[in-house]
Design a binder for this molecule. Structure first.
Ligand code: ATP
Length: 239
């Protein structure tokens, strides 16, 4: 479904990715692990084709999604035509709007209005906390609830492939578990997922496969369970 090949990316003179290659198959949940500054966020931004100044410059390589090279595709089309959604680090919800209004905005570009009601029910079923707070302003939600809303929005946008940047950031251990359980449920219901995560324990428990990045390169990859048992990974990321 997604095939990134030999991707080289830089910001000005800083080379951030030195030729990374990886794949995400339809229906998979794949984790991208690695320390601070390894290039995980840059990888997601490159796929989403975000506009300047955030846009990292791709200097070489390809990002094939269902056979189309996304390099050269305008950012809005990545979402609306190709059906890829991003849940960025730091959430980016509309604080002055209610929970319901935030979700509603996400459905704006959908071409299947008949399914929207079903998806609201699904989001509120997955996140009962959001159901109880439909009319609450988003900026008064707790950090964990805002993260749930950000995920709910990605789901309501009707995309088939969701990229998440550090969804566990700033959450209590209990909420982290809850969030990953929901992610897994979304995945099992048919959404393909690529999740960037510093919490390797958590990611390897729920993902099918994972890639480990170090300073702009992929240094290890494999089935999540295998990586979780790998002595090097244990030492470096699992403590
Ligand atoms: P973290 O887990 O800390 O978010 P990351 O793995 O997501 O790290 P990136 O944010 O992708 O790492 O950063 C990769 C490299 O690119 C880092 O060396 C970073 O300093 C650099 N970088 C990121 N954004 C920019 C930018 N806008 N301008 C210049 N350099 C940047």
């Amino acid at each position: 479904m997604l095939e990134v090949k030999d991707l080289h990316v830089r910001y000005g003179n800083i080379q951030a990715l030195h030729g990374i290659s990886f794949t995400v198959k339809e229906g998979e949940m794949v984790a991208l692990l690695g320390a601070n500054g390894a290039g995980k966020t840059t990888t997601l931004l490159s796929i989403m084709r975000l506009p300047p100044p955030e846009a990292p410059l791709v200097t070489k390589g390809s990002i094939l999604y269902k056979g189309v090279d996304l390099i050269g595709v305008p950012p809005h089309e990545v979402v609306s035509r190709h059906g890829i959604g991003l849940v960025p680090e730091g959430r980016h919800i509309f604080g002055n709007l209610t929970v319901m209004e935030n979700l509603k905005i996400a459905t704006y570009a959908r071409k299947d209005p008949a399914n929207i009601q079903r998806d609201y029910e699904r989001v509120f079923g997955l996140f009962p906390r959001l159901a109880d707070r439909k009319n609450q302003r988003a900026d008064t939600l707790s950090g964990g609830e805002q993260q749930m809303l950000a995920m709910g929005r990605a789901f309501m946008s009707g995309v088939g492939f969701i990229l998440l940047d550090e969804p566990s950031m700033g959450l209590s251990p209990l909420l982290m578990q809850e969030l990953f359980r929901v992610l897994k449920e979304l995945n099992e219901a048919g959404t393909t997922i690529l999740v960037v995560e510093q919490n390797a324990h958590l990611a390897l428990r729920y993902a099918h496969r994972a890639y480990v990045m170090e300073t702009g390169r992929i240094v290890m990859e494999g089935p999540a369970q295998e990586l979780a048992e790998n002595p090097e990974i244990k030492k470096a990321y699992l403590g």
